[in-house]
Design a protein around this ligand. Structure first.
Ligand code: OAD
Length: 260
């Protein structure tokens, strides 16, 4: 079937690249932004924009505490889809994961696979966190990074906005609306997409640029493009295969087929 053909392409490919979005973490209990019961139906996107942070960092942080609780309050762990990608990476079948997620779960899954592996020499998959990582905060003055947990606790206790020892204001180490993506990361993601022989877009509505345009770059250079997403996306028509199925169904099967 289609999935066997995709697995064949992956086995033959020199460069396989995945782009992931909130849908891959949904089975871990992290709510998505759009689609059924999406976070942006319940929270106002504008409250989390860079302009708001600059104008009103105290108010921003008070709301941000609620958003982080909503997103990561259940202390999510990687699921079978993150694990399948980590295993493919470990087996040398996945060059890079470009993710729009800020939950850090691809990194956790990769560390787990590496730790459990008997042999020491393993392939490593590049993980590009295009929207940053919400498990960290960054001081806007001195640039130092910290774990977000104690900072969120301070903010929740009314220390608003939370500041660094140097006096600078902390910001979640994520890309806010209205803020530029880290230039080096998006450049790297673009060249990976262009280089790829197989490009997989997984669990993303593909509605937020510039990440959403990566499948198009891949298609322009004749990569096989596969999309796995419950809802349709604006790029479905350029994909070679589209699976409107759960990521935890498709990816473990794909991983098994690739390993055969
Ligand atoms: P979205 O919330 O826009 O899209 C998630 C997609 O995942 C939806 O289209 C769902 O159909 C699909 N989905 C949900 N559960 C799934 C499952 N179990 N299996 C397969 N598909 C599933 O998330 P993103 O595309 O990641 O930006 O959103 C992109 C960006 O918009 C986010 O990074 C965030 C947001 O505003 C910033 O914060 C800058």
């Amino acid at each position: 079937d289609d999935l066997e053909r995709l697995a064949d392409d992956i086995r033959r490919a020199e460069t396989v690249v995945a782009l992931t979005g909130a849908g891959i973490s949904a089975p871990s209990g992290v709510p998505t932004f759009r689609g059924d019961d999406g976070v942006w139906d319940r929270f106002d996107e504008g409250q989390f924009a860079y302009g708001r942070f600059q104008r009103d960092p105290a108010g921003f942080w008070a709301d941000r505490v609620d958003l982080q609780q909503e997103l990561f309050g259940d202390d999510p762990d990687p699921n079978a889809a993150h694990e399948a990608l980590a295993a493919m990476g470990h087996a040398g079948a996945l060059e890079a994961i470009c993710t729009q997620n800020t939950d850090g779960l691809h990194g956790v899954a990769a560390d787990t696979v590496t730790a459990e592996a008997a042999e020491s020499a393993t392939a490593t998959t590049t993980i590009l966190e295009l929207h940053g990582n919400a498990q960290r905060v960054r001081c806007q003055d001195c640039g130092s990074r910290r774990d977000s947990e104690p900072i969120l606790e301070r903010a929740a206790a009314g220390d608003l906005p939370p500041t660094c020892d140097c006096g600078g204001v902390f910001k979640p180490d994520v890309v806010l609306f209205g803020e530029q993506l880290p230039g080096a990361a998006i450049q790297r993601a673009r060249s990976l997409a262009r280089e790829s022989d197989v490009f997989l877009a997984i669990g993303s509505s593909l509605r937020v640029q510039p990440a959403a345009s990566l499948p198009q770059l891949a298609a322009e250079t004749d990569a096989t493009v596969g999309i796995v997403n419950l809802d349709s996306t604006p790029y479905d028509s350029l994909a070679d295969v589209v699976y409107r199925e759960d990521v935890t169904t498709v990816l473990p099967r794909l991983r098994e087929l690739v390993a055969e």
